[in-house]
Design a protein around this ligand. Sequence first.
Ligand code: ARG
Length: 398
Amino acid sequence: MDELCVLAYSGGLDTSVMIPWIKEKYGMDVIAVIVDVGQKEDFESVIDKAEKLGAVEVVKIDAKEEFVKDYIFKAIKANGLYEGVYPMGTSLSRPLIASKIVEVAEKKNASAVAHGCTGKGNDQVRFEVSIRSLNSSLRIIAPVREWGLSRDEEVKYLEKKGVKIEREKSRFSIDDNLWSRSVEGGELEDPWVEPPEEAFVWSKPISKTPDTPEYITIGFEKGVPVELNGERLNPMDLITRVNEIAGSHGFGRIDHMEDRVVGIKSREVYEAPAALTIIRAHQDLEKLVLTRLELEEKKRIETTWAWLVYSGLWFEPLRKAIDAFIDYTQLNVDGEVRVKLFKGEAMVVGRRSLKSLYDEKRATYSSLSKFDQSLAEGFIQLWGLSTVRANEVRSVKS
Ligand code: ARG
């Protein structure tokens, strides 16, 4: 039997070409692995295609639950937004897909694994660092980086192999899963051009959104969402529901100038109604239940967390260490957040928690105040001591 290569198969043109290509150029039999992370896909036809293209085995793995529990939940707790805006659906899915590919390779005694990433993007970095971190003896094959074929040449190559493949319907390159939808290419490559309506699927244009606002309440326990409008839902259903509701109000579009790991700037368009709504609600709840110092430190560390995840370093020990810090802070993140969805906006309009640090009796300006205002005078004198002193001594005032 020929050597085996386990391919991360998406059903798209590139990874389809790879099945006969790996056989022809590398002399290896291909096991195609399809990992379901919630992408909208007709898996039946993807499996069928892989078989027709000559895969010796096709394995489909449902990793949705693992994706939510071990990746998305961590991202929610970390308020994970790369460069402050992108909830990293694509970035988060890659280490999970890589781990599944490695698992299959080990089980089947394969000597190589393959992915369909180009040499220009982040995904090659994420796949390869993850694969090597999990099993550094596997050979990694990345044909798209080597073959230099245009889309038309790829279609022709498959035709020569006797497989007719319909060209992808969209002019965009799309990657979607439960957490976000990434859209690249076509006219989006000109950062001046407004993303056309066809780029969006999960969110309505404002002209088609309802004329009355909708309020939703998201309940959190230990930093993760567990309830929607008082109803306990499994996390996958909760995310899907919030995605539909927020998207129906036109919320969740992102148009971003992004810095890739490989040094290229790119224009990226995303849709992530649920991710953005849930993170916004979570951030707000944290402000109610965490101390000022916890919040300040967490913010710094969140930037590092998002950078690590985006940059393909999911398996970096620092990421785990940061998660340990974050998990500790999340022990107190219980409560409910009320979000108003209306005309492309998601606004937090209410929050409550049994662990709230807000004390109305202290904060109120009414006569019910329990705050001893006379304490403030001495505090201010000490607080400003060194600033006042410096201005006394120096001839030039700051
Ligand atoms: N820029 C995003 C990331 O690196 C998304 C890449 C998505 N890929 C695609 N084929 N559209 O995470």
